[in-house]
Design a protein around this ligand. Structure first.
Ligand code: IMP
Ligand code: MG
Length: 179
C-alpha cells in the first residue's frame, strides 16, 4: 500500500483546521459537532481535541442503496439525538466523493432549522463530484483514488491505520496482511 498522506501531515493539517474553526466560532456558546459514522470518527476525535469552543457531539450513520436505478438515494440508518433548531452545526466527514451523502445530510440539517450549518471534510475527491457541495474546512484534495486508513475502510478493514494509503488491487483481493 502506498502512503498518500503521512501521520505527521494529518496531525499538522488537523491542527490548522481546528485553529480556523476556533477562530470562526469564537463567542459561540455551543457548537454542535455532528460526525458521520463510521469513517469520520478518527478525524473527528483528533479535531475536537484541538478545539476550545464549547461543543456538543452527535452522529449520523448513512448507507446508500447502492442501486444503479437510484443514484444518490441515501438512507439514514441512525439519526442524531440532539435538537439542532437555532444551533450552529458543524458537520464532520471523512471524505466527499460524489457528494450525495452530504447533500442529503446538509439539506436535512437546514430543514430542521439549524442557525448555521458548515462542513468540515478531511478529504475532497473533487474529480468524482456529482452534486455541488461547499466544503467550508477542507483537509486535503486528493485524486480519484480509493483510499483507506484514519477511519476510512475497505470492507471494514484498514480503519485503524494512522495514515491515509491508496488501496491497490492486491490489497483489495486480500493479498496483504490485515494490520
Ligand atoms: P459520497 O456520497 O459519494 O460522497 O460518498 C461518501 C462516502 O463514501 C464516504 O463517507 C465514505 O464512507 C465512502 N467513500 C468514498 N470514497 C472512499 C474511499 O476512497 N475510501 C473509503 N471510503 C470511501
Ligand atoms: Mg463516511
Amino acid at each position: 500500500m502506498r502512503i498518500l498522506i503521512s501521520q505527521q501531515d494529518l496531525e499538522r493539517r488537523v491542527r490548522e483546521l481546528a485553529a480556523a474553526i476556533d477562530r470562526d466560532y469564537a463567542g459561540c456558546d455551543r457548537l454542535v459537532c455532528v460526525g458521520v459514522l463510521k469513517g469520520s470518527v478518527f478525524f473527528m476525535v483528533d479535531l475536537l481535541k484541538c478545539l476550545t469552543v464549547p461543543l456538543a457531539i452527535d452522529f449520523f450513520q448513512t448507507a446508500s442503496y447502492g442501486s444503479a436505478t437510484s443514484p444518490g438515494e441515501v438512507r439514514i440508518r441512525k439519526d442524531i439525538d440532539l435538537s439542532i433548531r437555532g444551533k450552529d452545526v458543524l458537520l464532520i466527514e471523512d471524505i466527499v466523493d460524489t457528494g450525495w451523502t452530504l447533500r442529503t445530510i446538509l439539506d436535512l440539517l437546514r430543514f430542521r432549522g439549524a442557525r448555521s450549518v458548515k462542513l468540515c471534510a478531511l478529504l475532497d475527491k473533487a474529480a468524482a463530484r456529482e452534486v455541488d457541495i461547499q466544503i467550508d474546512y477542507r483537509g486535503f484534495e486528493i485524486e480519484k483514488l480509493f483510499v483507506v486508513g484514519y477511519g476510512l475502510d475497505f470492507d471494514e478493514r484498514y480503519r485503524n491505520l494512522p495514515y491515509i494509503a491508496v488501496l491497490d488491487a492486491e490489497d483489495a483481493a486480500g493479498g496483504a496482511p490485515v494490520p
